[in-house]
Design a protein around this ligand. Structure first.
Ligand code: HEC
Ligand code: HEC
Length: 288
C-alpha cells in the first residue's frame, strides 16, 4: 500500500483523490458533530423505550411511559365537554323558543349547530345549507315540511322517508312508469305546471293538463299547486325547485317520481346537538 500523503499546509492526510492537481483532504469530522451524533442515538433508543414506537403484527410496543394520543384526545374532549356542560345543560332544559331569546345560549347553539351541520348535513345540503338538485336549500323561505324551529327539529329527528317509525312520509306516484297516466296526459300536466310556475308553456295542452292536475295532483299539491305542508307536497308555483323546473325535469319527476330520502338523526345525534342544529338551520335566514 502506498505511503499516506500528508498535506504540508494543514498537516492532514489526503484521501488520494486528485483532480487537476487539487487533492482531497481527509479531514476528521468535528468533535461536536460526533458527540451530537452519539447523543441522538442515545436519545433515539431512550425514546423507543419510553414511548410507543415499534409496530408489531397486531399491536405496537406501548413504551414504559404509557403515553397514548388517543388518551390525550379523550382527555381534551372530556375537558371541552366540562367547559361546555353548563351550556349544554341549559340547552337541554330550554325550549327552542327560549334558546332563541337568550343571546349567549343562542350563540352557543348556533356555533355548535354549525359544526354539527358541516359534519353531518353538508354532504347533502351543501356547505351553509345552500342545497343541490334533490337536496333542498335550507337558507330560503321555501319549506317543504315546515320552517319553524319545532318543525325543523322534528324533520331532523325523524327524517323523511327514513327508517324511523315516525318518519315524515309521503310518496308521489310514478305516473308514467306505473301507468296511472298516458304519455299525452303527462305532457299536458307538465304544461300546466309550467303555466302555474310562470314559464313558457303550450296554452291548449296546459288547459287540458289542468283537469289532470286537479284530479291526480291536487291531493298533495293543492288545486292551485301551492303545495300541502302536512304531506310534504312542495309548492309548484314558485321559482324554487327541488329537482328542477325545466320541461324535461318536471316531466321526469311526474313520469318516474323522485321521493328523496333524508336520514333520521334521533339515534345518531343527542338531543342537545339536534336542538343546536334546529336553531342553526332556523337562523340561516329562511326560518319562520
Ligand atoms: C343523505 C342526504 C341527507 C343528509 C345527510 C341530510 N339531509 Fe336533510 N334532506 C335530505 C333530502 C333529500 C330532503 C328533502 C326530502 C323531501 O322532502 O323530498 C331533506 C330535507 C331536510 C329538511 C326539510 C326541508 C324543508 O323544506 O322542509 C331539513 C330541515 C333538513 N333536511 C335538515 C337536515 C339536517 C339538519 C341534516 C344534518 C343533521 C340533514 N338534513 C342531513 C337529505 C339529507
Ligand atoms: C301522494 C302525493 C303526491 C301526488 C298525488 C303528487 N305529488 Fe308531486 N310531489 C309529492 C311530493 C311528496 C314531492 C316532493 C318530494 C320528493 O319527491 O322528493 C313532489 C314533488 C313534485 C315535483 C317536484 C317539485 C320540485 O321542486 O322539483 C313536481 C314537479 C310534482 N311533484 C308534480 C306533480 C304532478 C304534476 C302531480 C300529478 C300528476 C303530482 N306531483 C302528484 C307528492 C305528490
Amino acid at each position: 500500500m502506498a505511503e499516506k500523503e500528508i498535506d504540508e499546509l494543514t498537516g492532514l492526510p489526503t484521501t488520494g483523490h486528485e483532480w487537476d492537481g487539487i487533492k482531497e483532504l481527509n479531514s476528521p469530522i468535528p468533535r461536536w458533530w460526533i458527540y451530537t451524533f452519539y447523543v441522538t442515538i442515545v436519545w433515539g433508543i431512550a425514546f423507543m423505550i419510553a414511548m410507543p414506537s415499534i409496530p408489531l403484527v397486531n399491536d405496537y410496543t406501548k413504551g414504559v411511559l404509557g403515553f397514548s394520543q388517543r388518551d390525550s384526545v379523550r382527555q381534551d374532549i372530556v375537558d371541552a365537554r366540562a367547559a361546555q356542560s353548563g351550556f349544554r345543560d341549559r340547552i337541554e332544559q330550554a325550549s327552542l323558543e327560549e334558546i332563541r331569546d337568550i343571546p349567549d345560549l343562542f350563540d352557543f347553539a348556533v356555533a355548535g349547530g354549525k359544526s354539527a351541520f358541516s359534519v353531518n348535513c353538508s354532504q347533502c345540503h351543501g356547505a351553509g345549507g345552500a342545497g343541490a338538485p334533490g337536496f333542498p336549500n335550507l337558507n330560503d323561505d321555501a319549506w317543504i315540511w315546515g320552517g319553524n324551529p319545532d318543525e325543523i327539529f322534528d324533520t331532523i329527528r325523524v327524517g323523511i322517508r327514513s327508517d324511523h317509525p315516525d318518519t315524515r312520509f309521503n310518496q308521489m306516484p310514478a305516473f308514467l312508469a306505473d301507468e296511472l297516466l298516458t304519455r299525452e296526459e303527462v305532457s299536458d300536466v307538465v304544461e300546466h305546471v309550467l303555466q302555474i310556475s310562470g314559464q313558457d308553456h303550450d296554452e291548449d295542452a296546459a288547459g287540458r293538463g289542468k283537469a289532470v292536475f286537479v284530479e291526480q295532483c291536487s291531493s298533495c299539491h293543492q288545486e292551485s299547486g301551492k303545495g300541502v305542508r302536512e304531506l310534504g307536497g312542495p309548492n309548484l308555483t314558485d321559482a324554487i325547485w327541488l329537482y328542477g323546473g325545466s320541461r324535461d325535469e318536471i316531466r321526469k319527476t311526474v313520469a318516474t317520481a323522485r321521493n328523496g330520502v333524508m336520514p333520521a338523526w334521533e339515534d345518531r345525534l343527542d338531543e342537545v346537538t339536534r336542538k343546536q342544529l334546529a336553531t342553526y338551520v332556523h337562523a340561516l335566514g329562511g326560518g319562520e
